[in-house]
Ligand binder design. Structure first.
Ligand code: MN
Length: 259
């Protein structure tokens, strides 16, 4: 009798379990939990400081939390990028300029007059500048461009969609590590250009020179945890986390000098 009862309970349990499995809503609710738990195991960007508190270059605070750009850029990637890679460029840049005449110059001046054979300064000075811009122009609740930058994009590329098409094409063509840029060139025109490693359009060796107002990091460390080999998906996701208000501000800072 007991055995029959046990079998009956088992049978009922299987039926119930089978019923749950078919319940689409229940499955959708349970899947995101582990991801959420992982995302929360990150530190505070404000705790990240340059090794030398008196060094000329310091960490610029992130204007958002590590998880602010999810699901497009995950919290763990943001944390490693800012608290390991970026701070490392900052520390090595401080070490590279220590005791030299560059100690009192700002990063733009240093890069504009860079000796490209000085690889230590080129890689770490570039890394410091590039990441500052990248982190500055990212943001949550991102929208499409507005105001002056929206008009200028339409003027120079035809439309925002055309701009995205060209930007993605250039990004996807980069072989290995590098950056995609939206710059204001010497004639005041918006241009999309790319550089390898930590080079940028301010450097004397840049093929296309100008003032950057938007940057996308396509080094593997910027996306590999979430996107693995799917760099194309990361590039498309980028359009969801651009702070166009900030890009517009940067465009307006440069504009008077070029017109
Ligand atoms: Mn990077």
């Amino acid at each position: 009798m007991k055995n029959i009862l046990k079998t009956g309970i088992l049978f009922l349990s299987l039926l119930t379990f089978g019923g749950c499995k078919k319940d689409k809503d229940l499955v959708e609710v349970t899947i995101p939990e582990p991801e959420k738990a992982v995302s929360q195991q990150v530190g505070d960007p404000d705790d990240v400081k340059a090794e030398d508190p008196d060094g000329p270059f310091q960490m610029i605070p992130l204007p958002y939390a590590y998880n602010a750009l999810e699901p497009f850029i995950d919290a763990k990637t943001m944390e490693i990028h800012y608290s390991k890679h970026h701070v490392n460029y900052c520390n090595k840049l401080n070490a590279a300029v220590k005791g030299t005449e560059l100690e009192n110059k700002n990063i733009e001046e240093i890069l504009a007059k860079l000796d490209s054979k000085n690889l230590d300064l080129r890689n770490n000075g570039g890394g410091y500048y590039n990441h500052n811009l990248f982190f500055e122009i990212l943001g949550q609740n991102a929208t499409e461009p507005t105001d002056e930058i929206a008009e200028k994009i339409t003027l120079d590329f035809g439309s925002f969609d055309e701009f995205k098409k060209h930007f993605s094409e250039k990004a996807n063509k980069i072989f290995g590590s590098g950056w995609v840029w939206l710059i204001v060139d010497m004639n005041g025109k918006l241009v999309i250009t790319t550089t390898t490693n930590q080079d940028n359009p301010l450097m004397p060796n840049a093929e296309q020179k100008g003032k950057p107002i938007l940057a996308l990091d396509v080094w593997e460390h910027a996306y590999y945890l979430k996107y693995q080999n799917k760099r194309k998906d990361y590039i498309e996701a980028f359009y969801n986390v651009i702070n166009w208000k900030k890009v517009n501000e940067k465009f307006n800072e440069i504009k008077p000098k070029t017109e």
